[in-house]
Design a protein around this ligand. Sequence first.
Ligand SMILES: Cc1cc2nc3c(=O)[nH]c(=O)nc-3n(C[C@H](O)[C@H](O)[C@H](O)COP(=O)(O)O)c2cc1C
Length: 217
Amino acid sequence: MDLFEAIQTTPACRAYKTDAVPGALIARILAAARCGPTGGNRQPLSFVVVRDAEKRRRLRDLYLPIWDAYVAGIQSGQTPTGLTPKLLEKVDRYAQGLAEIPVFIVVCFDTTLVGAPDKALARQSVAGGASIYPAVQNLILAARGEGLGTALTTLHCAVEPEVQKVLGLPAHIGTAAVITVGWPAEPFPKKLKRRPLAEIAFADTWGESLPEAKGWD
Ligand SMILES: Cc1cc2nc3c(=O)[nH]c(=O)nc-3n(C[C@H](O)[C@H](O)[C@H](O)COP(=O)(O)O)c2cc1C
């Protein structure tokens, strides 16, 4: 499919059919995912494809308490969110039904191979993720190209030692995301809800309007 169309119409899929996903398709998607850039081409990534039902249940059991706390934070107004109450309900149904989604891909990385040039700054460090998440987006788009839905989640990272036990990860292998993969139960959207480009793209100086950005709502 057209690359721009894929990029602009690939949502977080929260409703899946339970039909199996052929292993050959998963391999094709992962082969595309690994082409993402990595610092110094150190390629810290590895993937664990979880299809075993018991392991998916164990990962669901790790996810749900964190999800429930997150929802409680939203409901009490303490956690900011871009999710409407209706969408939050849908995302909650997704969370409760997580173990029925046929494939989880756990994105792992070698902690000895990821550097973070911003780690000494007095703010949260994000640059280390730059060797990981481009591959994740490749994975999401490659799946879309095959007609598969995906949702990127990171809550499991909070309980990484438990995830390491479930998947037999060595101590130096960290976890960056769990991506659910399956055949979508609903059509892909025509457009995603995103901030107007003029609000987020600037000319030369932050805050200076970029004339060409107008009209991209
Ligand atoms: C860092 C990160 C963590 C996320 N965690 C979750 C999650 O735990 N559960 C979930 O259902 N979606 C999760 N998402 C998906 C976002 O909710 C989704 O990308 C966002 O709402 C936009 O959705 P849309 O692309 O369908 O418009 C996460 C996305 C990112 C980038």
